[in-house]
Design a protein around this ligand. Structure first.
Ligand code: AMP
Ligand code: MN
Ligand code: MN
Ligand code: MN
Length: 292
């Protein structure tokens, strides 16, 4: 009985922490430098922060140093781009060793593919009369090795093609639209393998955002777990309350650890600020139980 009480007390203390385990800096498609991300997290009362740039580890050292200085708990993270069932899936790695050679080599390979995709996107946009999009996207990409659709979108807004980033995505950058090109990212097994091999916990990012049939979603989760994945973002800046409840049920049914994540990119583009997500349902086991 005492043990049970003390365990539930620990769980309550974990839930009381302000953990935000997914966000971006200028090392990928965020607007803030890694150090500025940490500063904003501190201001917003974040207790435990993971920086999870797309396919890149380059911001982790600076962010970790800034976090240590300002007393914010820090988790080294990454968000890996994956292809599964014809859809792009994002797998977040938490608590990774940024010096792990296989992880570094795998991400380098993903970035090389990303670079080639950016050139094809630019050609596709040129074919519908939008010239110079690659150069334009590069003006918004602080890291030349990491050009994302977000940088293309910002350029198209700045050059007056569309009023805002969301509208650019809807009209140009999603499947079926003129600036979208098919691309093969890492496999699910590779991504989870790199993360687990680097000592990290693999997390399915914003699961409600994928256009998968129910059967493919089941298969995604089966393959993810079979590959060594253990956690899922239940609370995400990209989830509605209904979506949060849906994936809380998935976490319960599959015994997955639950993550809480703003996916903050910047004030102008993110609806949820750092550390301002809803709490996790109190019966779920927070993924950060394994990270602190
Ligand atoms: P990429 O990895 O190059 O395919 O770009 C994906 C990034 O684009 C995401 O991480 C978001 O930052 C951004 N993004 C994707 N879809 C949208 C959307 N509908 N509206 C605004 N930003 C989006
Ligand atoms: Mn992004
Ligand atoms: Mn994502
Ligand atoms: Mn993200």
């Amino acid at each position: 009985m005492t043990i049970l009480l003390s365990k539930s007390g620990d769980l309550a203390a974990l839930h009381a922490m302000n953990a935000d385990l997914h966000c971006h800096s200028t090392v990928s498609d965020g607007w803030l430098e890694p150090v500025e991300v940490v500063r904003r997290a501190k201001t917003n009362g974040v207790d435990l922060l993971a920086l999870t740039d797309h396919d890149e580890l380059g911001g982790l050292a600076l962010a970790a140093a800034a976090a240590a200085e300002s007393g914010v708990g820090f988790v080294a993270g990454v968000e890996v781009s994956v292809s599964f069932a014809g859809e792009t899936i994002h797998i977040v790695g938490l608590g990774i060793d940024p010096g792990n050679p296989d992880l570094i080599a795998g991400l380098r390979q993903v970035r090389a593919g990303r670079d080639a995709r950016a050139r094809r996107m630019s050609e596709a946009l040129a074919a519908v009369g939008i010239a110079g999009a690659l150069e334009g996207a590069h003006r918004f990409a602080r890291n030349p090795a990491l050009v994302s659709r977000a940088h293309f979108a910002r350029h198209l807004v700045a050059s007056g093609v569309m009023p805002d980033v969301r509208t650019v995505f809807d009209h140009y950058l999603v499947r079926g639209k003129p600036g979208f090109v098919e691309h093969e990212w890492a496999s699910l097994e590779e991504a989870v393998g790199w993360i687990v091999g680097a000592g990290g916990i693999a997390v399915v990012a914003h699961p409600a955002r994928y256009r998968l049939s129910a059967a493919d979603m089941t298969r995604l989760l089966d393959c993810f777990v079979a590959a060594g994945g253990e956690a899922i973002e239940v609370v995400s800046g990209a989830h509605s309350d209904d979506e949060m409840r849906r994936f809380a049920t998935v976490a319960r049914q599959r015994g997955l650890l639950a993550s809480r994540a703003s996916d903050f990119h910047g004030e102008k583009e993110s609806s949820v600020d750092l550390g301002r997500c809803n709490p996790l349902p109190s019966d779920l086991t927070p993924v950060w139980s394994r990270l602190i």
